[in-house]
Every structure is written in structure tokens, then in C-alpha cells.
Design a protein around this ligand. Structure first.
Ligand code: B3K
Ligand code: ZN
Length: 863
């Protein structure tokens, strides 16, 4: 396989003035006719005329109307063309009916649809399939289907045909086509300048009842982007289509977003609160791409974080505004630590802007997306809100219609603020998670924090340089009052000290403007709250006593760090329990009890406080401490802590149940969702004490999916619920999205010794349609995330996953490759497990005709 390097970028030899495409749809022989106006690119040195093309049957090609015979290979064609403007025409035949990879044009449940990002357009016709080639597309679709959609505005339609024109130049990866028997849930939006936009959410008949929430989320997103970023929508229509077979969440094609049905369809009966929140965020994310991604796109795929990091950052801001900002921040930190830290500290570690790849689809990662968003959050923290807003304004003005780089992005911040961001740019090029360790000094009334940063070597990068880390710090006095409000420390050196002095107005960073130090005063030593609001994506190493953590859990005014104090107490006690069989610490148990009692605290926040670190994270922490993690011991400790917690808060449980019961009609809003989250957490604890009696009752009365699933989880966890599981199946067997939950839950709730057997059993179920990515992930993805079950000592989990990855690879390389990451943490475990995993990885790697996608992933993981 060939490796592509960032440093080798060169522009394409030609510019594309216009593209006309005609599709004659037929399931196994769709004809695609293209007419493309090329002209030499004055900025390019190389005039080689190479068009990408894969799995295309070339019927004919002409240049300026004269038939030619291009040189066609597996990856594209070359042809001799004039050294002046010319018109290229080609007719190709493709087979969407047999396209199981779900890239290019394919058919899902009788519906034609496309997925072109990153490099799928080349499976539709011959084209310079690269994001820096932008053009105006006009599309005609001929097909005997009621709904025929493409990008842009509709320009005509009749029986069996439709025409579309997209006035905004775009790269081919944003092309989309949908054709099928679809029904719209319509909507309408008037933009701030008065443009009337027709909105549609297109679904298959039967799904009409699951559209209302998505449509409202779209309108809210459109409004928010106008209010907060000044970005207005720029076409007459905005279409969203729900598709059942889709490799990821959704795709931001210009004016025609295509969604995995799981990322857009929702109803109270069938969706959990988590589903609602995720759907709202994904709709916003894809919509926000209209400016950050589509109007301003990426020069090449190495710049992917330019659009993804920024768009994730924007959707996080949106969710914070729509729901609870602290809760969103905590969710994001949990997610980053679980997925991105695991990636950044293992064999798949790569910079936010990678420098090489074999298959770009393998780089749609937590690092590019989520760490990419964190980098933007840090930039905003460093320059301030106002400068951030100005820089963004400049970015949109300066680069509208262009294909840009991270250098362009950084430049708008430098030009706005006059800051030199050279060191900051290391966040884009240096991989690995920085570790920040903290030591304190307390001398003569001066409180000093000394911070030290280091990043361990990562693949291809042995030496690391210090990064710019914004560390948000607050100080808290002995009585629990805040004595220094959140202050950003700009931590740029390997070791750096920050001294704080006592003034009439409390504590203050030395050297800052403000009142003088109060000399002679004898203030008590403050307690530091460090990395407030998770101000940087780093691992904080701060040895604090349980008492200090408990103090912060009780008093920190920063909601993130207050939660973090509880989380750290949980981690400490769990690790002690695992290593020494110790009993759970009372600092943790009492701290949790106090938080649960505090009914002034938002229920969703209290529910989060009850969460525990994942078993996989505990394994990572032990590994970092030089101890080989034993998955069964970890599982046992977590079970014990849960049981003891349940007993410890027992008296409070009835109150929590009544406090969280909702009289009002169901709403998926943050308030009710928070109550249900706390109620669910309380139910889980109750089930530890009553063997599932209350859960069985709740299951019977449940009138929404959140409660139904949380009750069923409790029953399964208690080793019960067989009857309910069958009833659930009977009730929901015709609803794909709910059946995904039915499959996934059984795996997630299984006891470690049984997980692999349950997975084997479920993969034999008649409804296990393994070619559907959602169903495949529901079962095999759940296997990979059931830590103790997956890591069963005899290797049953490993071989089962490998069997299925080998089977899926020829059908759908993208989903296979992505799921290989289940093995990325293998070097944490004992020699026996490592050997078992190595065998499976090698077995996958040696499979004949393994896809480029999967080959790249297993090779990187093995090395
Ligand atoms: N841009 C798409 C992801 C495409 C993934 C291609 N393998 C969705 C998103 O990030 O919005
Ligand atoms: Zn995106």
C-alpha cells in the first residue's frame, strides 16, 4: 500500500469551471454521464491529467467532443488533453445494488444514496477527487422513483426525473444524491436577512412519527449559528435524509445532509434521553459544517481537523447553550479520556493534523475530532472570547470559498491578536497526551504551584517539546469560600512556577495588576483547584489526600472540578481496592452521600457524580502506575463499590425516587432528562439491594424508552429479566433502532464469563443482519466495550471479534477497520493476553485480500 505525505502536497494541474452529471438509475447498471469544463491551473507546475476512478466501467470518453481512449488503471485514468480550456465528457456504469461498502452510490432498503467523503466520489465517476478542486455542480437524475434529490436548489422536475443546481463551488466529497420512496416531514425557516428556506426531513414510510424532534433541532441550529457566529444559510432548501445502512453518524453534503437513521430519528417511545441529546448535537454539527467545512473547506485531507475540530467545538458550544454547560463539559471530558486518551497513548497515536496515511478513512478519529475541538477551546481560552469572535469573523471573510490549511486558521488568530502562535501550533503536530504534574510550596505566606509537563514518546515521535497549556486555577480558603477566582496560567515551559500572594481582595497571581500584597498578614494555606473546566486535554498528576479531594468535592465552585474531585476519590479508592482488597473509602462514600442529599444541585449533575471511571480507564491507570491490570479484579472492585455505595446511600433512595418522578408529559429537554438520569442511577442502586423488584415494577409502568431500558438493564444485571427481554422483543421486533438496543444491552449487561457466549448466541439470531453497520456495532461493538467480558482469560472474546472482523472486511472495509481499534490497548495486559491478542491480530493481517483500510489498522496496532 502507498503512503501519502502532507509534505508532498501539490495543487492539481487543472481548475474545474463546471460539472454536469446525469444519472440513469438502475440497481445494477446505473449510467453516470459527466460533462466537466477544465482549464489549466496557473498555480500548478504539473499538468498531468489524472482523474481518480475506482470500480467504474468506462463506456466512452471524449475531449472537446472527440472520442479518446484513456489509459485506465484500478485507481483512475490518464489522458492526453489540450494545454488550454477543454470539455471532458465520460459515461460510466456502476453497480449500486452490490455496493456493500456503503461508499460511493449504494442502495439501502430500496433507497439510492451516496457517501463520498473522503474519497468515495471516484466510485461514481472519473474526477479529480480531492478537496482543493472546487466546482459548481448541476445534476439531472432519471429514475422511476418518487423522490429524487441532489445538492443545492431544485431547478426542475417531472415524471421520473429531477434537476438540481448548486450555486456554491464545492469539492466532490460534498456531492450527494438520494432517490427513493420517501416521505417528508416539512419545516420552514426564515433567515435573519429574510430568506425563506424550505426544510425537509425525508424518511421511509413508517418513520414519519420520528421526525419532529430532528426538525426542531435543525431550526434551533440555524438560529444559533446566526446568533452566535453570524452565519446564515445560503440555499432555498435544506434537506435531511435518514438512511438505515450508514458507516458513521451523518454527512454534511451541501444542502442535502444524509444521516444514519440512528442519528436523526427519535420518539419518546423508542429513544432514550441520550439518543435525543446526541441527535440534537449531530444535526447541529452537520448543519454547522455548512460554513465550517463547506463554504470554507480543507485543502487536503491532512487538514481534516480544520473542519472537524472547529465543527465539534461549535456543536459543543451549541449543546452547552441548549442544555447544561457543566454537564456537557463533564460528558466531553469523560468521552475524551475514554476514547482519545486511549488512542493518544497507544499504537494508533497520531497528531491532530496527521502527516501521513494510507487510508484517510482511518483518520476520522477521536484525536482529529475531539482533541481537535479541545485545541480550539484552548485557543479561545488563551486569546479571550472577544478576540476569538473577531478571529472567526476574519476567517469567514478572508477564506470564504477557499480550501484552507491549519496555517490559514492560525494566521487569522495571529493577525487578530498580534500573538505569536508558533508554539501553540505544536498542538497540531505533536501527538500524545501531555502529563502535567503539580507540586505546591507554601513559604512566608506565598503559595506557589510548580507545574511540570512531559509527553511520552509516541509512534514516530520520540522527542517532545513543551506545549502551551492554559491551566485554569482557583484557590479556596479553609472555610470553603473561593479566595481567588479562576485564573488562567499560561504554562509554556517544561517546568514553570506560579506564585500567588495574599491581597486585601484575596489571593492573586503575583505580577498581575491589582491591589498590593498585604504584608504581615498571616493567611492560612489555600487549597488549589487546578485545571478547572478541564481547561486543557492533559493528564493532571496532582497527589492530593482524600481529605483534600473531599474538601473540593464539598466546596469547589467550579462544577467541573467539583465533579472531578468525586471522580478522583472514586479512582483512588477503586485502585486501592483492586490492589489490596481494601474496603471502599469513607471519604468517597460520604462525599457522594452529601452530593446526593443536596437537592439544590441539578439532578443530571448529581447523576454524573454517581458515575464511575470505566473499567478500561482503570486498566489504563494501573498500567501507567506500572501494574498489570487484571480485568476480572477490576470488574469485581467496581461491583463491590457499587454494592457498598448502594448500602451507604440506602436511606436516601426512596427520596431520590420521589424527587425524580415526573408528573408532566414527556419532554426530551435537559431538565426532565436530568431527573430521569438521577432516577435511573437511583434505580440501579436500589436493584443492588432488592434484587430487581423495583426495576420489574418500573419496567411495567415505563412509558418512555429511557425508563424501559434502565429498568431492563437493572434486571439483566441482577441476573433476571428473561421474561421482560422476550416481551421487549415482541413489542419492538419491527423497529430496527430499538432492536439494536435489545441486542446491545444483552451484551453490555452480561457477566464477564458469559459475554462471549451471549455474543455467539446473538450472532446466530435471525435478526442479526451483520451487513448493517448499526446491528454489527450493536453486538460486536458492545463485546469490545464490555471490558472484562472482552478480555476473558481464555481469549474467547478476542477470537470472536476477530472472526467477525475477518468476515466483514470484504463486505465493508471502513467499518471493519474502525472496529479494529478494540485491540489498540493490548499492550497494557499480561503476557498471556498479549499473546492471544497478537495471534488474532496476526490472523487478521494474514487474511488474503485484506482491505487497505484494515491492513493499515492492524499493522499500526501490531507495531
Ligand atoms: N464529515 C463526515 C464524516 C465522514 C467520514 C468519512 N469516513 C461526518 C462529520 O464529521 O460531520
Ligand atoms: Zn463533522
Amino acid at each position: 500500500p502507498t503512503t501519502i505525505y502532507l509534505k508532498d502536497y501539490t495543487p492539481f494541474g487543472y481548475l474545474v469551471d463546471s460539472v454536469h452529471l446525469t444519472f440513469d438509475l438502475a440497481p445494477n447498471a446505473t449510467r453516470v454521464t459527466s460533462r466537466i469544463a477544465f482549464r489549466p491551473n496557473p498555480d500548478a507546475l504539473d499538468r498531468q491529467f489524472f482523474l481518480h476512478g475506482e470500480q467504474l466501467k468506462l463506456i466512452r470518453a471524449t475531449v472537446d467532443g472527440v472520442e479518446i481512449t484513456p489509459d485506465v488503471t484500478e485507481t483512475g485514468l490518464t489522458a492526453v488533453v489540450p494545454d488550454a480550456a477543454f470539455v471532458w465528457e465520460a459515461e460510466v456504469e456502476i453497480d449500486p445494488g452490490n455496493n456493500t461498502a456503503l461508499e460511493g452510490l449504494y442502495i439501502s432498503n430500496g433507497m439510492y444514496c451516496t457517501q463520498c467523503e473522503a474519497e468515495g466520489f471516484r466510485k461514481i465517476t472519473f474526477y479529480p477527487d480531492r478537496p482543493d478542486v472546487m466546482s459548481i455542480f448541476t445534476v439531472r437524475i432519471n429514475g422511476a422513483l418518487p423522490v429524487l434529490l441532489s445538492n443545492g436548489n431544485p431547478t426542475g422536475k417531472g415524471d421520473g426525473w429531477a434537476e438540481w443546481n448548486d450555486p456554491w463551488p464545492k469539492p466532490a466529497y460534498l456531492f450527494a444524491l438520494v432517490a427513493g420512496d420517501l416521505i417528508t416531514h416539512p419545516g420552514q425557516f426564515t433567515t435573519k436577512s429574510g430568506r425563506e428556506v424550505e426544510l425537509n426531513l425525508w424518511v421511509r414510510p413508517g418513520d414519519e412519527g420520528k421526525c419532529a424532534f430532528g426538525m426542531e433541532a435543525l431550526k434551533k441550529s440555524m438560529k444559533w449559528d446566526e446568533d452566535v457566529y453570524g452565519r446564515e444559510y445560503d440555499l432555498d432548501v435544506f434537506n435531511i435524509v435518514a438512511v438505515d445502512d450508514f458507516n458513521m453518524g451523518a454527512m454534511e453534503n451541501k444542502g442535502l445532509n444524509i444521516f444514519n437513521s440512528s442519528a436523526v430519528l427519535a420518539s419518546p417511545e423508542t429513544s432514550t434521553d441520550m439518543n435525543f441529546e446526541r441527535i440534537e448535537a449531530i444535526i447541529a454539527h452537520e448543519y454547522f459544517h455548512n460554513w465550517t467545512g463547506n463554504r470554507i473547506t480543507c485543502r487536503d485531507w491532512f487538514q481534516l481537523c480544520l473542519k472537524e475540530g472547529l465543527t465539534v467545538y461549535r456543536d459543543a458550544q451549541f449543546t452547552s447553550d441548549m442544555r447544561s454547560a457543566p454537564v456537557k463539559r463533564i460528558h466531553d471530558a469523560i468521552d475524551l479520556r475514554a476514547r482519545q486518551f486511549a488512542e493518544d497513548n497507544g499504537p494508533l497515536s497520531h497528531p491532530v493534523r496527521p502527516e501521513s496515511f494510507q487510508e484517510i478513512n482511518n483518520f476520522y478519529t477521536a484525536t482529529v475530532y475531539e482533541k481537535g475541538a479541545e485545541v480550539i477551546g484552548m485557543l479561545k481560552r488563551l486569546v479571550g472570547d472577544e478576540a476569538y469572535a473577531q478571529a472567526l469573523e476574519l476567517y469567514f471573510d478572508r477564506h470564504d470559498g477557499q480550501a484552507c490549511t491549519i496555517e490559514d486558521w492560525i494566521k487569522v488568530f495571529e493577525d487578530t491578536t498580534d500573538r505569536d502562535l508558533t508554539q501553540f501550533k505544536r498542538w497540531y503536530s505533536q501527538s500524545g497526551t501531555p502529563r502535567v504534574s503539580v507540586t505546591e510550596d507554601w513559604t512566608d505566606g506565598i503559595y506557589t504551584l510548580t507545574l511540570k509537563q512531559r509527553t511520552d514518546p509516541t509512534p514516530g515521535q520520540s522527542d517532545k517539546l513543551p506545549q502551551v497549556i492554559p491551566v485554569a486555577v482557583g484557590l479556596i480558603g479553609a472555610n470553603g469560600d473561593e479566595t481567588m477566582p479562576t485564573t488562567i496560567l499560561e504554562f509554556t515551559q517544561e517546568i514553570q512556577s506560579f506564585a500567588f500572594e495574599y491581597t486585601v481582595e484575596g489571593w492573586r497571581l503575583q505580577g498581575c495588576e491589582g491591589p498590593e500584597r498585604v504584608s504581615g498578614a498571616n493567611p492560612p494555606k489555600p487549597t488549589a483547584s487546578i485545571l478547572r473546566d478541564f481547561s486543557a486535554p492533559v493528564i493532571l498528576e496532582h497527589d492530593q489526600s482524600s481529605a483534600e479531594r473531599a474538601f473540593l468535592l464539598a466546596h469547589d465552585s467550579d462544577p467541573f472540578n467539583r465533579w472531578q474531585a468525586g471522580r478522583s476519590l472514586a479512582e483512588d479508592t477503586l485502585i486501592k481496592m483492586i490492589l489490596t482488597d481494601a474496603a471502599p473509602e469513607t471519604d468517597y462514600l460520604d462525599g457522594i452521600l452529601a452530593v446526593l442529599r443536596d437537592s439544590d444541585l441539578d439532578p443530571s449533575y448529581r447523576a454524573l457524580m454517581l458515575g464511575l471511571p470505566s473499567q478500561s480507564e482503570l486498566a489504563a491507570m494501573m498500567h501507567e502506575q506500572g501494574v498489570t491490570p487484571d480485568p476480572v479484579a477490576i470488574w469485581t472492585a467496581v461491583e463491590t463499590l457499587r454494592q457498598v455505595t448502594a448500602q451507604h446511600v440506602q436511606d436516601l433512595l426512596p427520596r431520590l425516587h420521589s424527587e425524580t418522578s415526573i408528573e408532566a408529559a414527556f419532554s426530551p429537554d435537559a431538565e426532565q432528562a436530568g431527573q430521569r438520569a438521577l432516577g435511573g442511577a437511583a434505580l440501579a442502586l436500589t436493584s443492588r439491594l432488592d434484587g430487581g423488584a423495583k426495576a420489574a415494577e418500573d419496567y411495567q409502568r415505563a412509558d418512555n424508552m429511557t425508563l424501559q431500558l434502565s429498568a431492563l438493564s437493572c434486571l439483566l444485571r441482577a441476573g433476571k429479566g428473561e421474561q421482560e427481554l422476550n416481551a421487549f422483543y415482541d413489542r419492538w421486533q419491527d423497529d430496527r433502532l430499538v432492536m439494536d438496543k435489545w441486542f446491545g444491552l444483552q451484551v453490555a449487561m452480561s457477566a464477564p464469563a458469559e459475554t462471549a457466549d451471549i455474543v455467539s448466541h446473538l450472532t446466530g439470531h435471525p435478526d442479526f443482519n451483520w451487513k448493517n453497520p448499526n446491528r454489527f456495532r450493536a453486538v460486536l461493538g458492545a463485546l469490545a466495550t464490555n471490558h472484562a467480558g472482552f478480555h476473558r482469560a481464555d481469549g474467547a472474546g478476542y477470537s470472536l471479534l476477530a472472526d467477525w472482523l475477518i468476515k466483514l472486511d470484504p463486505v465493508n472495509p471502513q467499518t471493519t477497520a474502525r472496529m479494529c481499534s478494540a485491540f489498540q490497548t493490548w499492550k497494557r495486559y499480561d503476557a498471556d493476553r498479549q499473546a492471544l491478542i497478537r495471534n488474532q491480530l496476526t490472523r487478521i493481517a494474514e487474511t488474503p485480500d485484506l482491505s487497505r483500510d484494515t491492513t493499515e489498522m492492524v499493522t499500526r496496532i501490531l507495531n
